[in-house]
Design a protein around this ligand. Structure first.
Ligand code: FAD
Length: 419
């Protein structure tokens, strides 16, 4: 029997997870990336398996907080002014999906993916030898006020209604769990379903090497265009090479919109740049990931050190990073972790592929059943990568889907050229 040929564009966590499923299903797999082993969002993220994050970024009332955030040049949200005009459709859509009914619809869709994350992630991790790299220790969200939980009450209630387990904690209970946290912390919420991994870079490296060792071809190269002909899907690479395949999967992270647009699917995708600093010898110990709700950043105890990160900077794919943000986050962390030794940290920044509704784009392109999208995972690409791989595997091999894919369709942006 002839094997299905699959080309996956992108060697980030999403593309590699798709390649894993395609290979497991018996396909001949080629992964194309301009820098397969190089830096990407999947490389330096916070390492959280954030299954409890089922509420989108755009929620009712958010707009009251945005002006304050924007006034602080190193605050949690930045919109680079030169890029703002290009973002109008994205921002308009972001505002539109912030209504209570849209938030309820989107949260349900996010929960439909997140509720099966471990079922898809564990077999992949165990198969490639990463089983010991997942720490199921939950996460702690901390507040600077005794009733911080009440401020975010609607969000927590929405999460609880979608199956998220949580326990409210007093300041003392928080410090019993994480003694490194200082007096600034007045309350917290423990979410046991969250987990974290040892090192995101190790995950993509181990997975890529496992795929290569098990028959996937990994090609270095820039993909210029994906198109469909009567003989199947084609991938045109810089330098003149054209690849043919029964199925092509676009999993190029924040760069995917350009390839989809050439196919006529104008999706709304922006780079949401995030920053962090990893401190190998931080002088403090955390048992689990801590989310600092008032200042919008996180700290994760990775095998490579304590990673302190966050920030959402919208400036397009070409703007240079501003590492003052990494430094500002470390300064904030010192408020919460009085014993933190911040010297010698390594700074990093990466492009989250962000859609306005916080939902990824997963599904067939509108021009061809053979060209499949898998991108736009925003803050949750590591969490949702293996599940996306499974869903795309089902599309590749024509298997029944256990999930309603309509919320994830590229068509939701209704921007198909010529319509
Ligand atoms: C600071 C920060 C913290 C984060 N923390 C978390 C977290 O705790 N948990 C979580 O779940 N998620 C987290 N995320 C989000 C997560 O990292 C991303 O959603 C995820 O890595 C996206 O993976 P990807 O495979 O889609 O894209 P990427 O990892 O960006 O990979 C895309 C690949 O496509 C290649 N490519 C692009 N265009 C082309 C082309 N034309 N030709 C050839 N190759 C191409 C690139 O070279 C790249 O290797 C975080 C992100 C950031 C920035």
């Amino acid at each position: 029997m002839t094997k299905t040929t699959v080309v996956v564009i992108g060697a980030g966590i999403v593309g590699l997870s798709v390649a894993f499923e395609a290979l497991q299903g018996g396909a001949t797999v080629t992964i194309v990336d301009r820098d397969p082993a190089g830096d990407k969002a999947s490389f330096g993220n916070a390492g959280g398996i954030a299954v409890t994050e089922v509420v989108p970024a755009s929620v009712p009332g958010l707009w009251k907080k945005v002006p304050l955030w924007l006034l602080d040049p190193l605050g949690p949200l930045t919109l680079r002014i030169g890029h703002a005009p290009r973002m109008v459709p994205w921002l308009w859509n972001f505002a539109r999906v912030g209504s209570p009914s849209e938030v309820a619809r989107i949260s349900k869709a996010l929960a439909s993916i997140n509720s099966r994350v471990y079922d898809d992630l564990m077999p992949l991790f165990n198969t490639v030898g990463l089983g010991g790299d997942l720490f199921r220790k939950g996460a702690l969200t901390v507040y600077e006020t005794a009733n911080g939980f009440l401020r975010d009450k609607h969000e927590w209630e929405a999460k609880r209604a979608l199956g998220v387990e949580m326990k409210e904690l007093s300041a003392r209970e928080v410090r019993d769990m994480e003694p490194a946290l200082g007096a600034i912390v007045q309350s917290g919420v423990f979410t046991p379903q969250w987990s974290h991994i040892a090192d995101p870079k190790k995950v993509v490296d181990v997975l890529r090497l496992w795929l290569a060792a098990n028959g996937a071809e990994i090609l270095h190269g820039q993909v210029d265009r994906v198109y469909s002909t009567s003989e199947g899907a084609k991938v045109a690479m810089s330098g003149g090479t054209t690849l043919s395949a029964a199925k092509v999967v676009i999993a190029a992270g924040a760069w995917s919109a350009q390839l989809a647009q050439q196919l006529g699917d104008r999706v709304l995708l922006e780079s949401e740049r995030g920053y962090n600093t990893t401190i190998a010898a931080p002088g403090v110990m955390l048992e689990r990931e801590v989310i600092f709700a008032d200042r919008k950043f996180v700290a994760t105890p990775l095998s490579v050190g304590l990673r302190i990160g966050g920030a959402a900077e919208f400036g397009g794919l070409q703007s240079p990073p501003n590492f003052k943000r990494s430094k500002a986050l470390v300064k904030l962390a010192k408020l919460y972790l009085p014993g933190l030794r911040a010297d010698g940290g390594s700074e990093w920044s990466g492009h989250r592929p962000a859609t306005p509704d916080s939902l990824p784009v997963i599904g067939r392109s509108s021009v061809s059943m053979d060209i499949i999208y898998a991108f736009g995972h925003g803050h949750l690409g590591l969490t949702q990568g293996p599940t996306t791989g499974k869903i795309v595997g089902d599309l590749i091999f024509g298997r029944a889907q256990s999930l309603d894919l309509s919320p994830f369709s590229a068509a939701r942006f209704s921007f198909r050229k010529g319509k």
